[in-house]
Design a protein around this ligand. Sequence first.
Ligand code: ADP
Length: 294
Amino acid sequence: MSETLAGVAVVGSANLDLVVEVSRPPRVGETLLGRAGGRFPGGKGLNQAVAAARTGAATRFCGVVGADEAGAVLEAALTEAGVDAVLRRSASAPTGVAHVLAFDDGDNSILVAAGANGELTPEDAVAGIAGAAVVLAQLEVPFAAVAAALVAARGAGARTILNAAPAHEAAVALLPEVDVLVVNETECAELGGVERLLRAGAGAVVLTEGAAGVTLHRLGRPGAHVAAFRIDAVDTTGAGDAFCGALAAGLAQGQDIEHALVRACAAGAIVARHRGATTPALSVAALEALVAGR
Ligand code: ADP
């Protein structure tokens, strides 16, 4: 008899985001004084796992961090959000770090050192997804690990979601293993457009369009648009990650994709109207209140 599959497994990156508020970028050779803007858990994988847990799914996160204080901070953040953190500690690489320069005009520049994220192996990924009903991955960790997770998930009868971010041409070869591909407009254009992605084998392409919402594309059917929720956006960082996590949670809870997309839009909107990518304001109650008020 086949094993019962349940919950969401996220295979991906975890970073510590270090924010410095500053008027402008430093010039080469210059030391510029900024203001400490705080440090926050981040990385697309971690953000999406936190969102899946906060929107009601039993969620596991599989990733690699360093044997350092930053790794302990990320593990605590995952655990506090209710995620089962399956973290391997690298013996040699430090925890991934994102240096965020937040400029006074609202723009930012981000420099990422992947560190231990670069050591995620196919073996880590395959072990991490065992038993999950829905497997969600992004492209901030080695491609071989993502490919192994998706193939193993398919083999076990799980649903697979790939958020092709950052966009990478190699992802196209993986699409026959992908039930739902999530891309924003930039990523979709970089990968050659919806039609190409469907023909390459993705079961569905979910194109996120920021404040305009999202469109579900499937071969041979007209696109189905879901409008975004109208909110006052404060900080849209992490809206896409919240969207992906909530979509995975909805599918793991047995919702059909149209219903799961509405809830995913609500999750994106809740994160966009708060500061930070993993705001505690994201909850099942907040999501249901927003959906009910539509
Ligand atoms: P990314 O952050 O990956 O570029 P998007 O900006 O497309 O992704 O956002 C993902 C989803 O989050 C959107 O499809 C939408 O549902 C929601 N969202 C993002 N920004 C807003 C906004 N300003 N107002 C309402 N919903 C938003």
